[in-house]
Design a binder for this molecule. Structure first.
Ligand SMILES: Cc1ncc(COP(=O)(O)O)c(C=O)c1O
Length: 379
């Protein structure tokens, strides 16, 4: 059998990782400013993570959601504490798309409505409603195009208010820092105005924190920079450092009903052990603070580089979620960074380099990246 060929690949076979470094099968070392697409939060192969996950595997990998799972309960308490959302309720699943799917479903169960407002350039996943809320017609199959979603310009509060005032909107879903959409940031004015309008019109506000959350922005959640409290928060990616996991954080206003949501694998013992190990390391190593400080430093260095006129037209982002807009296509630059400089970066659209390194990224690594990037941009 062959693989279903949907991914354009770099010609590199990564076989090993440690911290912010990965190695290929020929022994070449790479600096990882991509974090396997924002997934590696605490660094590759952290010893505490390995220890916790392997000892859990020695005890019990999986049992169903029909019995008490003490690890889920512990995770709810610890995640509530570290995120400042102690009063929310936790529902665990296996991926980001599934988190958004359940969030939208819960919103609709609650207010009985079916319309969703989503932002232009938004990305919310590739399943049913999550893909419908994703503003990219190329990945919405005809079977997913069910007319539930209106896409509106990010930060255009009047446009969102006008739709909300019709009184039929089930949910608004936003990324406070758009990832796939190109590191576009929600303004405080938009966030607070939207939260108020959602309250006024009985609409559920969902913050998709799958990429921008879990410490990446330098606060636990990106919406916490904007002074809002969403009704529902969705997370995945960094939550378990690569073990497939997603979560929905649900405000106390929602009353659960038996059978309303459910999953076979979600919140299994192994996933919870991985997520608890992530929280341990984030706390012990102050990784949210590191993301804020190292991210600020890296942005400053990038702005200096921009002054020297090397194809950089804009630098934006927060913490360790940074976009470098170029006046040339990113593709050859990323290829040269991988093959000449042995550095992985992400991208968005045709001209944006997207940096999403593990949250343990250091200033020295930032300096190294600046040197190598400036070499490649001079070509
Ligand atoms: C903001 C956002 N939402 C949802 C998703 C979908 O997550 P998953 O690929 O785990 O389904 C992604 C993935 O890139 C994302 O960046």
């Amino acid at each position: 059998m062959k693989l279903f060929d949907v991914y354009p690949l770099f010609d590199v076979n990564i076989v090993k990782g440690k911290g912010c470094k990965v190695w290929d099968d020929k022994g070449n070392e790479y600096l990882d400013l991509y974090g396997g697409h924002a997934v590696i939060s605490i660094g590759h192969c952290h010893p505490h993570y390995i220890d916790k996950v392997s000892s859990q595997l020695n005890n019990l990998g999986f049992y169903s959601n029909s019995v008490i799972n003490g690890l889920q309960q512990e995770l709810a308490v610890r995640l509530g504490r570290i995120s400042g959302c102690d009063d929310y309720q936790l529902f665990l699943i296996n991926s980001g798309a599934e988190a958004n799917e359940n969030a939208l479903k819960l919103a609709s169960f609650t207010n009985g409505r079916t319309r969703v407002l989503s932002a232009e350039k938004a990305f919310h996943g590739r399943t049913s409603l999550a893909v419908e809320a994703t503003a990219n017609p190329n990945i919405i199959a005809p079977i997913n195009a069910n007319g539930h979603v209106t896409y509106l310009p990010l930060n255009d509060l009047e446009a969102w208010r006008k739709e909300l005032a019709k009184g039929d909107v089930c949910a608004c879903i936003i990324e406070c820092i758009q990832g796939v959409g190109g590191i576009r940031m929600v303004t405080e004015e938009f966030a607070t105005g939207l939260a108020q309008a959602c309250k006024d019109y009985g609409t559920v506000l969902i913050c998709d924190e799958i990429q921008c959350g879990y410490g990446r922005s330098g606060k636990f959640f990106a919406h916490q920079w904007l002074g809002i409290r969403p009704d529902i928060i969705t997370v995945a990616k960094g939550i378990a450092n690569g073990f497939p996991m997603g979560a929905v954080l649900i405000s106390p206003d929602f009353a659960p009903k038996y059978g309303q949501l459910g999953t076979t694998f979600g919140g299994n013992h192994l996933a919870c052990a991985a997520a608890l190990a992530v929280i341990d390391v984030m706390e012990n190593e102050n990784l949210v603070e590191n993301a804020r400080q190292t991210g600020t430093y890296l942005m400053e260095r990038l702005k200096e580089l921009q002054q020297t006129g090397h194809h950089i037209t804009d630098i934006r982002g927060r913490g360790l979620m940074i976009g470098i807009e170029l006046d040339i296509p990113h593709k050859p630059i990323r290829e040269r960074l991988v093959y000449n400089q042995r550095m992985f970066t992400g991208c968005s659209g045709t001209n944006l380099l997207r940096l999403l390194p593990p949250l343990c990224f250091t200033r020295e690594m930032a300096d190294e990246f600046i040197v190598k990037l400036s070499q490649e941009l001079k070509h």
